[in-house]
Write a protein that binds this ligand. Sequence first.
Ligand SMILES: [Zn+2]
Length: 234
Amino acid sequence: MSLLSGYEPARSCTGSPTTGARALMSWYLGAYAGRGGRNLGIYNCRSVAGTSTTSLHGEGRADDLGVPVGASWAQGLADQLRLNSAELGVQCVIYNRRIWSGAHAAAGWRPYTGANPHVDHLHVELSWNSARGLTPERVQQVLGGQPAPPSTPPTTPPPSAPPGHPTIRRGAKGDPVRELQRILNAWYPTLPQLAVDGDFGPATEARVKHMQERAGLTVDGIVGPKTWARLLGG
Ligand SMILES: [Zn+2]
């Protein structure tokens, strides 16, 4: 395991995904689709959200590895990609409001303040060398031998409601609703902010469903033990 040092910025759109980025995505789906991992895209000729800088997606050198919001294994995977960045040719990883970049390799995870908080995917960038040469077999060789990130065994009973977090739904009022609204606003800073008024109305319900859908939960707009656990980082 070693850190890649250096960073090759994107210059201009190239028209297609690179073989290395496709290889990493292919490995990822094989390893994580069963735990909710999804392909959220590779090639996309655009700028970094909120800036005029060309995104690495425009050179097909970046993967958006979709993860269920709050998935316990996602940070583990982000760490493995960072710790093996030299072996894999990974030059940058962004996940859950934090960034690691080969431009500051030894600095570890730093706060990421870009417009997109990256709570539902890992953004992973490859060096040009890796973008041209990485294979799924190579990724498997480097990461496949690592202890599997923890996954929730299927026999785990559903979490009980955390203290002070009763099941709430449309029509509920009070402090738990206020806390819910605050958390949802923090999760989705780019969406219109909910009024933190302690009144579980249609807007709050719609935002709960939005979160449940993206987190792979039952989309019922009801905040019970499982939804609370996810919102509170369980
Ligand atoms: Zn991305």
